[in-house]
Every structure is written in structure tokens, then in C-alpha cells.
Design a protein around this ligand. Sequence first.
Ligand code: C2E
Ligand code: MG
Ligand code: MG
Length: 364
Amino acid sequence: MKSDKELQYLTKSLLHHPSPYIIYELDGSIAWANLAANYIFNLSSLEEISVVKIDDQVKDNFGDPESIALYYDTPVEISLRRINFLMRTRVHMIPVDTSDGIMLIELLCSSREGLYALRKTIDCIENNRIELAYQKQVNLITNEITGVEALLRLQDGDGGYLRNDQIIPQIEGESLFSLVVLESLAQLAKFLAVKDKIGFKDATLYLNVSAHTIMHPQFCSIFTDFVDQHNLKDNQFGLEVTETAELADLAVARESLELLKSKGIKIALDDFGAGYASLKYVRELPIDVVKLDKQFTFNVSDPTTARLISFVSELCKDLNLEMIGEGIETEEEKNMMIDLGCKTGQGYLMHRPDFLESFKTKEL
Ligand code: C2E
Ligand code: MG
Ligand code: MG
């Protein structure tokens, strides 16, 4: 432990440091967390949090007086009450005196929104507040169910749900998000166990994943293991991948998707047309399904939009890809989508996302 005087000096000088950080002593204890870090972890005492592992290379360099100028961007394993997770951090060396020192572990978080998302996600993981809702995908002409999409529902603790668009984009690149994916898979297992009974026998079960997730080799094997464990046949399980900047690393994305596809996992390109590289992805990535972004459906009565929809449906036909129209809310939209060549759709008109329990009760 540092002397109180040293800590006092340090904490005073860091008082107004804007980003979240914790001060870690070489004996393993945490001596201080600034307000922002307290806000993320919701700490009532510093004992509730500990640092399990810091990269050895970082530790080995510690103690060198020169090292005050050094810092390392490194993942650090953190233990918070009953969960362990990795966080992206920047570890600074601060030699307090000549023989000894402390580490300042800065939690990398680029914005206030990012901070909010981190806090809420940790809260949900800690308190088992992660759920999935399911929404049917149907053949617009026969009404037959072709697929079902699992959608993340993070409870806010007050009986409501956090908004996916405020949380997921902020957090999906963090290692922490892997805990959410693992919990989602645990819940999908429960869905699969009753899938046939509740009317989804021939439907593909889709999970949304970010490019960050599928481009991580370990994650690919988590999905392929999932398929093996549950003995899933070709096309029983699928992943909806959203266009993001990360997909731009096409060689890596293609490799991951090919591996997943070789295990019979169906690959859908989500929100097609909302990004800027949609056509490139269709050309370069081994996809099976194009999910047309709901903004197209919302504007289907606009002639230019209608032309674009019909262009996409022609393209899908030519390339032998399935096409799913998202966000169908009215009969008019449905009929126009059919006319424009889109035969499969998803939206509030046909079905609103619902929890597994409600499918079970309806079945009884
Ligand atoms: P998405 O994959 O494009 O999902 C469709 C979104 O549109 C869902 O919102 C769904 O509830 C909503 N929706 C469905 N039908 C209609 C409709 O007729 N009208 C309107 N206005 N909306 C409709 P949600 O659940 O809020 O999800 C938003 C986004 O969050 C998803 O977009 C997806 O990109 C992401 N997301 C959801 N679950 C997960 C997940 O488990 N993992 C990851 N990485 N992302 C997820
Ligand atoms: Mg989706
Ligand atoms: Mg979508």
C-alpha cells in the first residue's frame, strides 16, 4: 500500500481526469476509482472489484522510472462481484517513488454514450437481465413461417427495456459483449428445445451478430460448436450480420463467413442498402440472404424507392439469394413488396417480436 500522503497527492492531481480509471497497486489491491469508473461499475466499496489479470509484458516493464511516459493499450481481466470480463484499457505506469509505484488503468471509452452503454450492459449481465424476443419471418403469399429472428432485449431494471440502438452499437466491439452473446446462445438453446412444438419446425433461427463478433476466430468456433452440440442441420441456424466498417476487411470477413457456412449456418446480410458498401458485400461475401433495410419498405410508395426494391429483388433472383423485406407494417406495404418481387417479409403486420413464454402459452 502507498502511504496516505502519496495517494492523496495522486488522487488530487487526477481529480479532474475525465475518463474512467482505477488505480491498481502492485500487491493486487485497488486503491482508488474515479467517479466515472464508479459510475460504470456501480461500486459501493472498492472490494467489489478486482483486477484479475494484466498482461505480463506490461507488468514487467513496471518500475522503470523512464516508464512514466509509457502506456499500453491492453485488455485487462476484471472481476466484478460475480462476473469476470475483459475490458479494453490503457495502462499507465506511475512510479510514485524510486522503488515502487502504481498503475493507472484507464478504461477505454470514447464517449458519454459509450459509458452509458457499458454501465447498462454490465448491470444486465450481473443481474441476469438479458432476454431474447423472437419475430417471425413469413412467406408473404402463403403465410408459411420461413424463419424466426432472435432480438436482444436488455431489461432496464424498472420493468422496461433499454433501446438496442442506444446500447448495441456502443458496446458490440467490446470484449464484454461476448458475455451477452454467450448468454444469448444459452437462451437460444431453450428455444431450440421447444421449436418444433411451438410451430417453428422448418424455420431458420437467426441470431444478430456484429462484424466484430464473427470476425473473431474464437467466436466462430463458439457458433460452430453450438451447431454441433445441438445437432443442427443445414439452414436450421443462421446469423444476421449488419453492414459495418469492420466488414470492410473483406478477406477476414469472407474467411469467417465461409467457415460458418461450411457448418450449415445460413448467412444473412442485414439492413441491406442502409450502408454504403452493400453491393460490394454481395459480390465479395458468401451470403445466402439479403435483408432489405426497413427504410425501403417505409418508403415503398415512392417511385424511386420502388425501383430500387425491384432492382434488389431482380439481383437476388439472378444470384440465387433469398430476399427478406423488413419492417412491413401495413397491408399496402405487404402487397407492394410482393408486386416488386419480394416474397418473404418480416414486420409488425405479420408478427411483433415476442418472448418464448408467450409462444408456449399460445400453443396450449
Ligand atoms: P435488425 O436486426 O434490423 O432488427 C429489426 C429491428 O426492427 C428490431 O428492432 C425489430 O424489433 C424492429 N422491427 C421489426 N418489425 C418492425 C416493423 O414492422 N416496424 C418497425 N418500425 N420496426 C420493426 P430492435 O429489436 O430494437 O433491434 C434493433 C437492432 O439491434 C437490430 O436491427 C440489430 O441490428 C440489433 N440487434 C438486436 N438484437 C441483437 C443481438 O442479439 N446482437 C446484436 N449484435 N445486435 C442485435
Ligand atoms: Mg436483424
Ligand atoms: Mg435489419
